[in-house]
Design a protein around this ligand. Structure first.
Ligand code: FPP
Length: 252
């Protein structure tokens, strides 16, 4: 059976209950296309600008006490875009990984990918594996990149694995509770997100971390992703610290 989800010790080894900011921030990076169109440029121009933002946001995490950052790079629904855009995005992901590999490793960032790899090309998968292996010993920011990821698809794939364990006698159906399924999710080694940010003014979650975000706080902001900055991330993390999270309980 996969490892336990929601590790209680932060990447920095401290007690997460003592912090006021979010330990895990997840971001739906939306608005690249509109940002490019507003400049009379093709959509891919916006995706390239968006990729440059990723570095700044990853780098600001340690200063904000954010141990885990999860970013939505490509959804299971994004294949419906034009062939030119999909191919351009895939090429951008390959370039990003090759270009950022050393910088991420040197900054002690640990990178993981979530999502279904079956539709991705062999070259991209090999770069993803390489980056995961190269950074696996790092204990700085835990960066998770969701690539060909969909929350429903993830739950379906997890259920398939769980059903196999039941069929093979490794799991008793009577023992299944809400702690069981997360052990089969792609995110099984990550804590649940505390804060989910979506840029570009759309107030929807678009199939992102459906199970994991049950108690997350949400921020829907108007900024288009290529304009998102470390300052804005800092503001959102500070305002998270002022929220009262009750997880269904009442304040005593
Ligand atoms: C949504 O904007 C964005 C995407 C589908 C792609 C996200 C990719 C990046 C930010 C670039 C690179 C990421 C990495 C990890 C290198 P949209 O195209 O839907 O924008 P729109 O809603 O304005 O059309």
């Amino acid at each position: 059976m996969p490892a336990d989800p929601n590790p209680q010790v932060s990447a920095a080894g401290e007690d997460p209950a003592a912090r006021s900011g979010p330990r895990h921030v997840a971001i739906i990076m939306d608005g690249n296309g509109r940002w490019a169109q507003a400049r009379g440029r093709p959509r891919l121009f916006g995706h390239h600008a968006g990729a440059r933002r990723v570095r700044e946001v990853v780098e600001c995490c340690p200063g904000l006490g954010v141990d885990y950052l999860t970013i939505f790079a490509f959804s299971t629904e994004n294949w419906k875009r034009t062939q030119t855009e999909v191919a351009g995005l895939m090429s951008l992901f390959r370039r990003y990984i090759s270009k950022e590999m050393n910088a991420l490793a040197e900054k002690s960032v640990r990178v993981r990918f979530i999502g279904d790899r079956v539709r991705l090309d062999a070259k991209l998968i090999s770069l993803m594996d390489k980056l995961e292996r190269k950074t696996e010993g790092n204990c700085g920011t835990q960066l998770t990149i969701a690539l060909n990821y969909g929350g429903r698809d993830e739950v379906a794939r997890a259920t398939k694995r769980l059903a196999r364990d039941v069929a093979d006698g490794r799991l008793n159906p009577e023992d299944i509770d809400e702690e069981t399924l997360p052990r089969y999710l792609d995110t099984h080694v990550l804590p649940d997100p505390d804060l989910v940010i979506r840029t570009s003014g759309e107030a929807r979650i678009s199939n992102f971390l459906l199970w994991q975000s049950a108690y997350a706080e949400y921020e829907f902001i108007d900024t288009l992703w290529p304009d998102f900055s470390a300052e804005e991330m800092e503001r959102l993390c500070s305002s998270f610290g002022r929220r009262e999270r009750r997880f269904g309980a009442v304040k005593t």
